[in-house]
Design a protein around this ligand. Structure first.
Ligand SMILES: [Zn+2]
Length: 342
């Protein structure tokens, strides 16, 4: 299927909300990781989301080039070309963008979409995240509102964040953030609604509930999913039972299944997964190298075994390993079999 359009994406998100499942959103940084996601989604008959972090985009442009806009465009183009060969729907998203990167990352990508739309082409990305967690909530929401206006004009969904996701990922380090900031309040969420609602665009909200990026040993992460329930309830009480938040769960890697399932009851429609799929990709490579050590290395004048050092030999295994973890994520999020025929 081609990458979804705006209406289809909104339909996907609505269906997930109404049926208490969420789409896994996988970070990719290469053709291999993107293909692994598509293969895994296909196997699970699940629609899903492919996303690109600033670090991943920079890498994708060429390790020596480090042009994040170019890399994001390259990855999006790759997915748009190959997605057609799979029988599932996929949406394209960009992950965390701080206020300091709006001008050199987010806006150039939106401008690229605007150029495409003028030429009758589909959007570059379906959604973008603005992460205003390191500035005051009022400043965060003011910028979010401006961005939502621009996104709405271009059929782009905006993801915003209230609170702070702990931990470290891709150079975003929040390991020393004060504890209470890791939990959004109903007041924060209501303020977000009141600031954004009349714009008329579509937004999803990463309201934090103690989540952290990366993987921690059990017991180190104190998730409080009821934070989401309380926010949802506060919105319905103040503005009517037909209103709802569609939540995004960051730092999904390493979370307990019961906690994931609980968040699905409270309106989580997207969960980001990065660390666990990184490991699933690399683990078979380690296996390959250990098992084929003699063939991969050219020792004492020997020529080695080409079939073991051809990058395809281990990258195929890496993709299969990651695809398997993608299926597992779909099971955890109850998106297996969720594919919508448009
Ligand atoms: Zn995140």
């Amino acid at each position: 299927m081609p990458v979804v359009n705006y209406e289809q994406y909104c339909q996907m998100l609505n269906k997930a909300y109404n049926n208490h499942y969420a789409y896994p959103a996988f970070n990719v940084s290469s053709m291999e990781t993107a293909s692994a996601v598509l293969a895994g989604l296909q196997e699970a008959k699940s629609d899903g989301i492919i996303q690109v972090s600033i670090g991943g985009a920079s890498y994708a442009s060429g390790a020596t080039i480090k042009d994040k806009v170019l890399g994001a465009i390259a990855l999006a183009n790759y997915v748009q070309l190959v997605a057609d060969s799979y029988d599932i729907n996929v949406a394209l998203h960009t992950d965390h963008c701080k206020a300091s990167n709006i001008n050199d990352y987010l806006l150039p990508l939106i401008e690229e979409t605007e150029r495409r739309r003028k030429n009758g082409l589909p959007n570059l990305f379906n959604s973008h995240m603005f992460d205003g967690s390191d500035i005051s909530l009022s400043e965060n929401l003011k910028i979010s509102r401006d961005l939502l206006v621009r996104c709405a004009e271009n059929d782009i969904v905006l993801e915003i964040e209230t609170g702070v996701v702990g931990g470290e990922e891709d150079g975003v380090n929040n390991e020393n953030v004060a504890n209470e900031k890791l939990y959004s309040t109903p007041e924060d969420m209501i303020k977000a609604y009141e600031t954004l609602n009349d714009v008329g665009g579509t937004y999803i909200i990463a309201a934090t509930f103690g989540n952290v990026h990366g993987v921690y040993k059990p017991g180190n992460v104190k998730l409080r999913p009821t934070v989401l329930r309380d926010g949802q309830q506060a919105l319905k009480e103040k503005y009517g039972s037909d209103k709802c938040f569609k939540f995004v769960f960051h730092g999904g890697s390493g979370s307990a299944k019961e906690e994931i399932h609980e968040t699905l009851e409270y309106g989580v429609v997207k969960m980001n997964i990065d660390t666990d799929t990184q490991y699933a990709f690399t683990r078979p490579v380690a296996d390959h190298v250990f098992k084929n050590y003699d063939g991969i290395l050219k020792i004492e004048g020997n020529v080695g075994v080409k079939s073991t050092y051809d990058p395809r030999s281990y990258l195929k295994k890496a993709q299969a390993g990651m695809a398997k973890r993608v299926v597992e994520a779909c099971e955890d999020l109850r998106s297996v079999g969720s594919h919508i025929e448009f």
